[in-house]
Design a protein around this ligand. Structure first.
Ligand code: ADP
Ligand code: ZN
Length: 515
């Protein structure tokens, strides 16, 4: 019978993995939590039962902009559906309630805000409701990246409708968020469907950010026919990067919550229709992107949690074809985020955020398969490397780094610990910048001793020296590099020093254009 309905209303001949079991649980009146990747087919899990129920299925969704499309699509399939959100007049809503009472509507989409409307709730009580489906259920978790205050009111469902089953669905929820969803919705002994989170077609690549804007431009220019999304953490950074990328002749647009809704919608549509190659955005660009052929997602700055990282990269390659998630990393970005987290006022929140961000830095510094690390974070344990991340494809090797380290440290010493990373590298590479001339750093004995190596090479070496405690950045003095107690044994050559071979030496991204 389920297969008949599937064929009749949806035109499909078989269920996808998990769908049938979920639907059976829902039909038996059980509460359920469904974790399935985007594009996995979550909607069917409530839409198909809705065609079988004699009563009404209520779908709670934060995606107001998509409700109309979804409802129109259902109507075309012969399923009676309607939506109620802030775009409707009270008279329209009244009319929908009349239709609901007359049994003319099987599926009703609502925004979560509705549940705090007394009259609306009274209205619901008078109707034969058979299921509450909660889409994007992770929005309930305060610790998550998409937290919606209106979602915290969803506890009212079980309070007021204790006997009606609830189906919570999401594409992203780490272990903490899952617990939060179950607890806040007060689901009793729920059926849990946990699909694999793996997206093997997305290549995970981590690279040092040394000339961020240039790196982005050269990356995108090599992929003229590919759509992509570039995530930044602030509106300011989005605007700035979008300006430079546009000036380089790349078809792109900015997207963030500070922009007019109409403009945002236009950007989203143009991107969907391939009229814009790249969208440079904050996390505001996300929910509801319905585009299958996004070929790359770039993180220009680190996300705060692995959960949001994974959700954001998940927008790439939904057609199953090869795609890439590129994460450009600069130590300073991470420091800035850590500082901001530490300034947070709520102690408990701060604690959770610190923990979550440390998982991100663990990912950044990983020396083993990155995909394994992320999947483990979602409690999906895997034994073997994925073969499609930068670590698997190009395992880190070590080299005797003593001489390189000595060059850096003695250069820092010669310029009296007065230069930041960029300046120090310029001295090492013998570049006659204004600042170098002004400060006479072209006269020091270490000027040009690192000429034979690239900018990114020295970046990688210096980053490791900072990690290992052989260098520090003086925050009080424009992040100038300075020596530490430990530096001396390196300078005197009293201890061996193994460093990881700088990865960008081998990576093919920017070799041609950026260096
Ligand atoms: P999600 O909400 O999990 O992101 P959707 O419910 O939007 O995913 O489904 C993604 C796509 O998969 C839709 O185009 C949907 O019609 C299709 N789909 C869902 N179930 C099946 C199925 N059993 N067979 C074939 N296609 C399906
Ligand atoms: Zn791997």
């Amino acid at each position: 019978m389920l297969l008949d309905k599937l064929k009749h209303y949806f035109g499909y001949t078989s269920f996808r993995k998990g769908q049938q079991e979920i639907i059976q649980q829902v039909l038996q009146g059980k509460d359920s939590l469904v974790l399935m990747p985007t594009g996995g087919g979550k909607s069917l899990c409530y839409q198909l039962p809705a065609t079988i129920f004699s009563g009404i299925t209520i779908v709670i969704s934060p995606l107001i902009a998509l409700m109309k499309d979804q409802v129109d699509a259902l109507k075309r399939q012969g399923i009676s559906a309607a939506y109620v959100n802030s775009s409707l007049e009270q008279s329209d809503i009244n009319q929908i309630f009349q239709q609901l009472a007359a049994g003319e509507i099987q599926l009703l989409y609502i925004a979560p805000e509705r549940l705090s409307n007394y009259y609306f709730m009274q209205g619901l009580h008078s109707l034969p409701i058979q299921l509450f489906a909660i889409d994007e259920a992770h929005c309930i978790s305060q610790w998550g990246h998409d937290f919606r205050p209106a979602y915290t009111r969803l506890n009212i469902i079980k309070e007021q409708f204790p006997d009606i089953p609830v189906l919570a669905l999401t594409a992203t929820a780490d272990v903490t968020t899952r617990k939060d969803i179950l607890q806040q919705l007060n689901l009793t002994d729920p059926y849990i469907h946990l699909d694999s989170f793996d997206r093997p077609n997305i290549r995970l690549t981590m690279a040092d950010k040394f000339q961020g804007t240039q790196q982005i431009i050269s990356y995108v220019k090599k992929r003229k026919n590919d759509s992509g999304i570039i995530y930044c953490n602030s509106r300011w950074q989005v605007e700035k990067l979008a300006k430079s990328v546009a000036e380089a002749g790349i078809s792109c647009a900015a997207y963030h919550a500070g922009m007019e809704v109409e403009i945002r919608n236009t950007v989203q549509e143009s991107f969907a229709k391939d009229n814009i190659q790249v969208v440079i955005a904050t996390v505001a660009f996300g929910l509801g992107i319905n585009k299958l052929n996004v070929r790359f997602v770039i993180h220009f700055e680190p996300p705060r949690t692995l959960e949001s990282y994974y959700q954001e990269i998940g927008r790439a390659g939904r057609d199953g074809l090869p795609a890439e998630a590129l994460f450009l990393y600069d130590e300073n970005d991470a420091q800035r985020i850590n500082k901001r987290i530490e300034q947070g006022e709520n102690l408990q929140r701060r604690h959770v955020e610190i923990q979550r961000f440390s998982a991100v830095t663990g990912f950044i510094e990983a020396q083993t398969c990155r995909r394994q690390l992320v999947l483990n974070y979602f409690a999906e344990y895997t034994q073997t490397g994925c073969g499609n991340c930068d670590i698997c494809l190009d395992p880190p090797s070590q080299f005797d780094g003593l001489e390189a380290a000595q060059k850096v440290l003695s250069c820092v010493y010669r310029i009296n610990q007065q230069g930041g990373v960029e300046h120090t590298i310029s001295v090492l590479r013998g570049q006659l910048t204004e600042k170098i001339k002004q400060q006479g750093h072209d006269k020091v004995s270490t000027f040009g001793i690192g000429k034979d190596k690239t900018l990114s090479y020295w970046h990688a070496i210096i980053r490791q020296l900072i990690h290992l405690g052989f260098l520090q950045q003086d925050i009080a003095n424009h992040s100038a590099l300075c020596l530490t107690q430990a530096s001396h044994s390196i300078l005197k050559g009293e201890q061996p020093l193994l460093l990881a071979t700088p990865r960008l030496q081998k990576a093919s991204y920017w070799r041609k254009t950026a260096e």
